[in-house]
Design a protein around this ligand. Structure first.
Ligand code: C5P
Length: 207
């Protein structure tokens, strides 16, 4: 069973994907971490003429060891770097096999990202597209960061999220739109438990 969970920044898709993975006993891949790792590895070249070749080389040589420093990977600035390398078609192509192989392991998997239902696993058994109002998403992300002791400028965070969403939605190579067979789930007014129950209900009907 393959479950695809897509949605914008801080929509709760990661929390829902890991909840679904626990519920169904499946492995989970947060595909944003791959783009974040490539973004970090290309940080010195960002906004310069060498970004493209640097990011392509970083994506082609990415290994699982680069996915462990969660503090650096999940920083808000790393999300912005990730969205800048994610527009490069060769970067996306270089990360395709890793994601596809993860999805095709025996027994199945849960993957979350932007293009899982449209490009990585168009054949997924269940597809969710998570939505939430951008202020609610900013507040959730702010609380996550504060819980880890990170000081948050809410105004700056809101703009970072909006900027990232715009770049992701306009990314011509991105595939960031609901697949025709995706189920839309708006979690703006839902707590984590309610959202997970709703997500499980969607998966159950899709199976
Ligand atoms: O999901 P997360 O917010 O961690 O993703 C960081 C960035 O990586 C996104 O803003 C997007 O630009 C890129 N991304 C992508 N395709 C995916 C996952 C993430 O383009 N499947």
């Amino acid at each position: 069973m393959i479950i695809a969970v897509d949605g914008p920044a801080a929509s709760g898709k990661g929390t829902l994907a890991s909840g679904l993975a626990r519920h169904y006993g499946l492995p989970h891949l947060d595909t944003g971490l791959l783009y974040r790792a490539v973004g970090l590895a290309s940080a010195a070249a960002v906004d310069g003429p060498d970004l493209e070749p640097t990011a392509i080389a970083a994506a082609r040589s990415l290994d699982a060891g680069q996915l462990t420093d969660l503090d650096a990977l999940t920083a808000a600035e790393t999300g912005v770097l990730a969205s800048k390398v994610a527009v490069i078609a060769e970067v996306r192509a270089a990360l395709f096999d890793f994601q596809r192989n993860f999805a095709l392991q025996p027994g199945g998997a849960v993957l979350d990202g932007r293009d899982i239902g449209t490009k990585i696993c168009p054949d997924a058994d269940a597809k969710l597209f998570i939505q939430a109002d951008s202020k609610a998403r900013m507040e959730r992300r702010a609380r996550q960061l504060e819980a880890r002791g990170v000081a948050v400028d809410r105004y700056a965070l809101f703009h970072q999220i909006e900027e990232r969403d715009a770049r992701d939605m306009l990314n011509p190579n991105g595939g960031f739109y609901p697949a025709p067979d995706a189920h839309l789930l708006d979690t703006t007014l839902m707590g984590i438990e309610a959202a997970l129950r709703a997500a499980i209900a969607v998966v159950e009907t899709a199976l």
